[in-house]
Design a protein. Structure first.
Length: 145
């Protein structure tokens, strides 16, 4: 192979390598945009087709065992009487529930029904924000596996 041919081949290889890494980064970028467009709470990789896990009645005086569901599944709370659904940051009843903000999933209402969005893997703890209800057993831990 002549020196000139060798240089031309080296140059061609460099161009092809650059083009293919460009193509890869474009694909990666496209995938990133698709993930950005999806709701953040949706499990994109594993989406369960299972029906929502029903907690009925969601009320006081109960002992709710830990719930195990699969990624992409939702939890549906239904209640008689006056309750709400509040997402806790840990598994203990707080001294104080925020009166507005993102932790309030359902405001306090009578005869309510609230279904979470499809949940991604993790541990979630829900309680009722009516004063005294969490301490009276209206708290549940949900493990999304
Ligand atoms: Cu309650």
């Amino acid at each position: 192979m002549s020196r000139k041919t060798f240089r031309a081949l080296t140059c061609l290889t460099a161009i092809l390598t650059a083009a293919s890494s460009e193509a890869r980064s474009f694909t990666g970028h496209g995938r990133h945009l698709m993930q950005m467009a999806a709701p953040p709470v949706t499990a994109s990789a594993v989406r369960s087709t299972a029906a929502p896990y029903l907690i009925d009645p969601w009320t006081v005086g109960m002992t709710y065992p830990e719930v195990n569901i699969t990624a992409g599944q939702s939890v549906d709370f239904k209640w008689p009487g006056r309750h709400g659904v509040y997402m806790l940051m840990d598994d203990t009843c707080p001294d104080h529930f925020d009166t507005n903000g993102p932790n309030i999933l359902s405001p306090i209402k009578v005869n309510g029904d609230y279904t979470t969005p499809p949940l991604s893997k993790g541990t979630y703890t829900y309680a009722c924000q009516v004063p005294g209800h969490c301490e009276d057993g209206q708290i549940v831990q949900v493990n999304v596996l």
